[in-house]
Each structure stands twice: as structure tokens, then as C-alpha cells.
Design a protein around this ligand. Structure first.
Ligand SMILES: Cc1ncc(COP(=O)(O)O)c(C=O)c1O
Length: 366
């Protein structure tokens, strides 16, 4: 058995028991509240992880790309939600074809897209389930409740499409000022406005089966608002430094670390490591200026050491502790954002305590 310490660096490592504990805990919380759990697959992109989430009770998966949809369909998972936009003819063709292999719901936010999808689906003799995206503050995509009503009317009037529900991604919670209490309050408010949008549509006699929320910062607030039926957290499977800073999880729940080696200490107060943006992505922290949290073997942050600069294959740590570092010394970085980091790797080490028990491969990385 290979020990994790014998793997050359940089190497991305998943602590299997922490990941399993995250999977089980989220499934138990949602099931106790009667909320369907539809984890976002873009965080892990690994079929082995999806299998564990499904076995723990996930009803299906959320996807960001159609390649993720295809990968999950190929692995036998047939209840999927593609929470993006069928904005090109190729994508409309693919989502219609995907609905021959499973139930693949599609998100959208415009009447134009509903019409275009309806034409493609009706011609193929397929009915595609649709969810209307409500913007509750992220200002990325999504409509107001009134616009959603218009969209719901269009879906109901057209062939080849059927209204499955409404959804939001409350990603704005990650950048709000305030403490965890404020964040939870904002998560509950966002969910309440999503539920209100569903009620506005129902008041016209149109059925809205799913009211779906989705984020890791909002995992302990938004799903538990009355009227919400489904939660779609993704990052929770590993958590990360951003989620720790936001209070979504303790450090000892963080399951994904980059192992790296000090390669140069020639500069006073700095140590260079063998990991830069091609190992960690360039996803900076929302809350401080670091490229990741430097931690010890137990995952505890090293005081006085900040990951201040990242080049392609070099990173620079800054702080008094850097002067005590030796070339060849191994360190761990807790990534800021798990989803971006996983997507950088073709092989990820799965570790049980100190033993490497497997190597897994993320799929659909584009
Ligand atoms: C539509 C949608 N749902 C769910 C999620 C999961 O959120 P998180 O990564 O905070 O778990 C995301 C993340 O970006 C998303 O875009």
C-alpha cells in the first residue's frame, strides 16, 4: 500500500472518511426535513462520488454542463437537472436527446428559449421538463416572480415542454457582509422569495411541483423554509477554505487538500512551493487575498503564513513562518474553492488515514 507521504507533489488528495461523513450528514439532514437532495455534480465530477451520494439517498444530480449530463446518464443515473441554459441549437438538440435516456430537467429564464426548446422537443416527439430560474440576489441569470409567471404561462401553452418547477442558486450568500447569523437570515429570505414566486404561478392554476434551492453557504437555511422541496448543494461534499471562512463547515470536515513541497527559500520571509494556478486554479478567496489556506497535517492553519502569489507551477507563501521552512518540506493547502481545483486534475488520490486506497478520475472536465 502506498503512503500518501510517498506520492510526489503536487498531488490532490481526498480524505475518504471526511468525504463520506459529509455525504452522510447532508443526506441525513435533508431526509429528516423531507427535502429531496440533488447534489451538484460539478464539484466532484467523479462517478465514484456520485455513487456514494446516490447510495446515501440523493434523488438525482444537478449538472452545469451537458457533458456532465452525458457522463451521469452513461453511469446509469437518469434523474438529472441541467441548471444552465439551452441557448444554442446544439444544446437544445442534446437536451432533447438526453430525455430519451432519462428524465433530464432543464433550467431557463426566457420565453425565447422556451419557444426554441418547444420546437426542437415537439419535432422529436419528446416532452422536456423545465424549471424557471428566479434571481434572488446573485444577479447572474434568473427572472423576477412576475416574469416567471409569464414564462410559466408560455411553458404551459407550448408542446414539447412541461413545467417542473422553479429554482434559484443563492450564490450571493458567499459575498454578503456580516456573520453566519446574517448569512442564514439572507438564505431564508432568498428561499422565501423563491417560494413566493412558486405561489404566484400556482395562483393561476399552474402546477409547480419543485421549489429548488441550491448552495453550500445556504445549506443550513434555505432548504428549511416552508414550501422548499429540494436542495442542490455541491461544495459540501469536500467543503473548502471559502466555506470554512463562511462558517458552512469546520476545518475538520474539509476533505480535499493539495499536497505540495517547498522548492525555494532564498527570499527573506517567503517560501516558494511547487503548486500554482495549474494545480489550484486562480480562484482567489472572497474574504482574504490568499490563493488557499496553508495547513498542517491535521488540517489546522499555519499561523503567520499566507499564500500570497500564484504563478503557473509556482506559488509563494509569505510570513514569518516562511523563514523556518526548508527546501523539500511538504505542506498542505486547503483550496479556496473545491470545484475549480478538482477540474484541474486528471487523477486524484483517495486516502484512508495515511494510505492511498485508490486513484479517481474526474470526468467531463470541459
Ligand atoms: C445552479 C447551481 N446550483 C447549485 C450550486 C451549488 O452551490 P455550491 O457550490 O455553493 O454548493 C451551484 C454552484 O455554483 C449552481 O450554480
Amino acid at each position: 500500500m502506498t503512503a500518501v507521504a510517498d506520492l510526489d507533489t503536487p498531488v490532490l488528495v481526498i480524505d475518504r472518511s471526511r468525504m463520506d461523513a459529509n455525504i452522510q450528514a447532508m443526506a441525513a439532514r435533508m431526509s429528516a426535513a423531507g427535502i429531496a437532495l440533488r447534489p451538484h455534480f460539478k464539484t466532484s465530477k467523479m462517478i465514484e462520488v456520485a455513487r456514494r451520494q446516490h447510495e446515501a439517498g440523493a434523488v438525482g444530480f444537478t449538472c452545469a454542463t451537458l457533458n456532465e449530463v452525458d457522463a451521469l446518464l452513461g453511469a446509469g443515473y437518469t434523474d438529472l437537472f441541467w441548471a444552465h441554459a439551452p441557448a444554442t441549437p446544439a444544446k437544445r438538440h442534446r437536451i432533447v436527446e438526453a430525455n430519451r435516456r432519462g428524465r433530464v430537467i432543464v433550467g431557463l429564464d426566457s420565453v425565447d428559449l422556451v419557444r426554441a426548446l418547444s420546437v426542437e422537443a415537439a419535432a422529436a416527439g419528446i416532452t422536456v421538463p423545465v424549471r424557471v430560474e428566479i434571481d434572488t440576489g446573485l444577479r447572474r441569470t434568473g427572472v423576477t416572480a412576475e416574469q416567471a409567471l409569464e414564462l410559466a404561462r408560455a411553458v404551459t401553452a407550448l408542446p414539447g415542454v412541461t413545467l417542473d418547477g422553479v429554482y434559484m442558486h443563492e450564490g450571493q450568500l458567499a459575498s454578503l457582509p456580516g456573520d453566519r447569523g446574517d448569512l442564514r437570515h439572507a438564505g431564508a429570505e432568498a428561499a422565501a422569495s423563491l417560494v413566493a414566486a412558486a405561489e404566484l404561478i400556482r395562483a393561476e392554476g399552474i402546477a409547480v411541483p419543485a421549489v429548488s434551492v441550491g448552495s453550500t453557504p445556504g445549506w443550513d437555511s434555505a432548504p428549511f423554509v416552508e414550501g422548499v422541496t429540494e436542495a442542490r448543494p455541491g461544495t459540501y461534499v469536500f467543503f473548502d477554505a471559502n466555506q470554512w471562512r463562511l462558517g458552512s463547515a469546520p476545518l475538520d470536515a474539509c476533505a480535499l487538500h493539495l499536497h505540495t513541497t517547498v522548492i525555494s527559500t532564498v527570499r527573506d520571509g517567503e517560501a516558494a512551493i511547487d503548486a500554482g494556478i495549474k494545480a489550484l486554479s486562480s480562484d482567489g478567496s472572497n474574504r482574504d487575498r490568499s490563493f488557499g489556506l496553508v495547513v498542517d497535517d491535521e488540517g489546522t492553519p499555519l499561523e503567520d503564513l499566507e499564500f500570497v502569489r500564484a504563478y503557473e507551477e509556482h506559488g509563494v507563501l509569505d510570513g514569518p513562518a516562511a523563514d523556518t521552512m526548508r527546501v523539500g518540506e511538504r505542506l498542505r493547502i486547503l483550496p479556496n474553492h473545491a470545484c475549480g481545483v478538482v477540474n484541474m486534475w486528471s487523477r486524484i488520490a483517495i486516502v484512508d488515514d495515511t494510505d492511498v486506497v485508490d486513484m479517481w478520475t474526474p470526468v467531463a472536465r470541459h
